[in-house]
Design a protein around this ligand. Structure first.
Ligand code: HSE
Length: 437
């Protein structure tokens, strides 16, 4: 049988990795897919890159990605350019031309997935996006297929490698935020716009996808609460450690009686949890299903070859399912399209979590009594407490508290009252905490 012809859009970090894996493991991949898979046409702005990657003279090259998606020979288009545009136009054009699509583009799927999936359904082609979430970890397949028996209850994941790398270096080496970010960029982990990593947008793209896969609901990027790590201070990393916690940037989605939680924010988690010990650029996703209980998936969340591992797995899946009529293929989001249901997304005001609070207060009698009175009026109970001596040259003390779970709206009311006290000298730092039991 002839080799399946792949059109690659982009030969950057992930595109280069994909070309490398397809070449290096060609024989093993053919044994799995049942056919040879060959890069036939590649679009790159750097034509010399193809040679460096070892692509032979038989691979056609262009600087115009639309030539690849419009080429009659190409059967699978692999979009590894990233960003919203022209990725969206390229993918839609490829689908209109009857080609299957594989992409690592989380931003594209989170924002335009509904349009892309609808068009693919119409044209009866497949769209693979395993590499869009948690790089090399096969989390999409795990949720969509491996956990298909379960009613998923919640997912909590470290799904941005750059952010995890920064938090790990801050904790272990006391390194400076900006310097670590620069290193992540040099290593090819960070997004083209690194604010996507540090402000949580990249994680929100991925969490949007996970939430839809878990609960069978439409993609809800705009409703995903997104808070980054740029305000996490060295002090909070240290105090969290003293309380037995690590600060991780988590994406959390949970089914509750009132609606679905979709939230990305720095989170304290007990250091004894396995996921609290996922360090550096590694990712991990904890999925709680009603039948299976907790399951944890760990691996490299970024980088050329790990991400290529997921891209190539999708290509193999497409090749396996090509001969099957569309109706009998695995549904793109794990649920039959007609069974996808709108579900209410819980506003943050209604989300229930514990809180880490750090406040700077004048050191005099009655201050603590005032703070605890306000908390108790909002029915907020304290789980742990630390008071730190004033730093050199300062007169205020640092008061650190861990609270039991409380509805966030109540915490907001309490914090507004605490910040209005004249003994409190700056805005209270608050970081949510989760037990992840
Ligand atoms: N910038 C992303 C990260 C790359 O750091 O995780 C993988 O999506």
């Amino acid at each position: 049988m002839n080799a399946v012809k792949v059109g690659l859009l982009g030969l950057g970090t992930v595109g280069g990795g994909t070309a490398t894996v397809l070449l290096k493991n060609a024989a093993e991949i053919a044994r799995r897919a049942g056919r040879d898979i060959k890069v036939d046409f590649a679009a790159t702005l750097d034509l010399g890159m193809a040679k460096q990657l070892g692509l032979g003279d038989d691979v056609r090259l262009t600087t115009d990605a639309f030539e690849v998606v419009n080429d009659p020979e190409v059967e699978i288009v692999v979009e590894l350019i990233g960003g919203y545009s022209p990725a969206r136009e390229l993918v839609l054009q490829a689908i209109d031309n009857g080609k299957h699509v594989v992409t690592a583009n989380k931003a594209l799927i989170a924002l335009h997935g509904a349009e892309i999936f609808a068009r693919a359904e119409e044209k009866q082609v497949m769209v693979g996006f395993e590499a869009a979430v948690a790089g090399g970890i096969p989390i999409i397949k795990a949720i969509r297929e491996g956990l298909a028996a379960n009613r998923i209850q919640w997912i909590a994941g470290i799904i941005n490698g750059t952010g995890n790398f920064i938090l790990t270096e801050m904790r272990d080496k006391g390194r400076d935020f900006a310097e670590v970010l620069k290193e992540a960029q040099q290593l090819g982990y960070a997004e083209a716009d690194p604010t996507f990593d540090v402000e949580g947008i990249d994680a929100a793209h991925k969490l949007t996808i996970l939430g839809s896969l878990a609960f069978g609901m439409p993609l809800n990027f705009d409703a995903t609460y997104t808070e980054g790590i740029s305000k996490v201070s060295q002090l909070d990393v240290q105090y969290a450690g003293e309380l037995g916690y690590r600060i991780k940037h988590l994406g959390i989605t949970r089914r509750t009686d009132k609606g679905i939680e979709l939230r990305v924010h720095p989170t304290l988690i007990p250091e004894r949890r396995l996921i609290a010990n996922v360090d550096g650029v590694m990712n991990a996703v904890l999925v709680q299903g009603d039948a299976v209980g907790p399951t944890l998936y760990y691996g490299a969340g970024a980088g050329d070859l790990p991400t290529a591992s997921a891209v190539v797995a999708d290509i193999v899946d497409v090749v396996r399912y090509m001969a099957i009529d569309h109706e009998h293929r695995v549904p793109v989001m794990g649920f039959k399209t007609a069974a996808i249901e709108e579900m209410p997304i819980l506003p943050m005001e209604d989300v229930e979590t514990g809180f880490y609070l750090r406040m700077k207060a004048v050191d005099r009698p009655g201050v603590l009594a005032e703070i605890t009175r306000i908390l108790s009026e909002q029915e907020i109970s304290i789980e742990a407490f630390l008071q730190k001596e004033p730093s050199e040259g300062e007169t205020e003390v640092n008061i650190i508290m861990l609270t039991h779970k409380v509805i966030e709206g109540r915490m907001n009311t309490a914090l507004a009252q605490i910040e209005a006290l004249d003994v409190i000298t700056e805005k209270v730092t608050r970081i949510r905490w989760e037990s992840l039991k």
